[in-house]
Design a protein around this ligand. Sequence first.
Ligand code: PNW
Length: 448
Amino acid sequence: MFLWGTATAAYQIEGAVAEDGRGASIWDTFVHEPGRTRDGHTGDVACDHYHRWREDVALMSGLGVNAYRFSIAWTRVLPEGSGAVNPKGLDFYERLVDALLEAGVTPVPTLFHWDLPQALEDRGGWLERDVSGLFAEYAAVVAERLADRVPTWITLNEPFIHMAWGYGLGVHAPGRALLLDALPVAHHQLLGHGLAAQALRAAGAREVLITNNCTPVWPASGSEEDLAAAAAYDTLHNRLFNDPVLLGTYPDLTAYGIRPDGAAGDGPELSAALGIRDGDLAVISAPLDGLGVNYYNPTRIAAPADDGLPFTDAGVTGYPTTAFGWPVVPDGLRELLTGLRERYGQALPPVYVTENGCSQADELTPDGVDDQGRVAYLRDHVAALERAREQGVDVRGYFVWSLLDNFEWAEGYHQRFGLVHVDFATGERTPKASYGWYRDHIAAALRP
Ligand code: PNW
């Protein structure tokens, strides 16, 4: 059955950051440093989902979704990242899973949505190879408790954004601006994915996915320079994370000053630059049951400026934008999905759109929230997904980001992505017009 769902992430909704033995993550640290998030907003309380989860499950029942993608906070389960298990953390997710199952909603947990235990960051974070193995140990602990009831698991969320924004540019936690020196974070996350997949299967998980943030890359012109820059960006954003998993190889990173292994010339070789060892790619490329794809918008790329990167973001123009300033290009979803099919062919497993949605300056009135812009956004993206299916792409699920307005990382509470409005002063939830639209759409789609 096609999965119609919504998605959230632990740090963005749970709050209760010091309750029941939860340890600190890099996001707890980051948000309490001055100037890191807009207006200094933090996820200390967020949607208070940790206390209001029953209400949120009821909202999903009302919506009629048959799946819910949420993430598990590593620090609730292993407060120090490794070592002692905190049973209260596992209890929380077990209660949630059981309530979802009772409501007819398939739980689809993600094990890592950017909230690395601070204790592991203190040891170097994802720059350190050891963290890959510790991630798999954490996966085993969670799966031993829940895999008897949870069929489908996602290892990582958007390892590209975590590497690029967290370690490359420093605009997300852990706030490190290492530029290309962040590349080992790609390999260590992917190795962590592969080792965690083994642990999940050993514990009885039926389906294992990874979620990558993918973007169609549009060259700003047909010039040779712009085409080369677009190819370089596509390599970094898309291929660096899809190729190893689906093909068992890394893409050519020559544009980034990295030589293929064994090739003559200047600069480090690929394996040295990323920290790849013999056998790693076999672990990373073990067959998956699905590829999770998060789609928000295409990217338009031009020849490099002078900042050491082989591309510049030229900005997509001529389309409406969301409150975040992101262009609204529904057909980009079809283009992305058919492009994956063309690039990977038989190596592409079934695809799940694990996030899609938009931020809007939604206003709560006595009549509710009339977010017609979001209704149109979702309607048009679902239509694009259907076109991709007609063109032969095996798409098996669609998850709206997000069920609730929530803590939008560096933007704090300034971007609202929810189908449900949240008053962050009181925690009160109010379904928006888009909630009604999605409910009706799902009911029609699932009608026998
Ligand atoms: C995703 N981009 O992040 C995350 O998985 C969510 O946690 C987040 O709330 C949501 O999208 C909305 O931002 C992204 O620049 C961050 O392409 C950046 C990009 C895309 C997604």
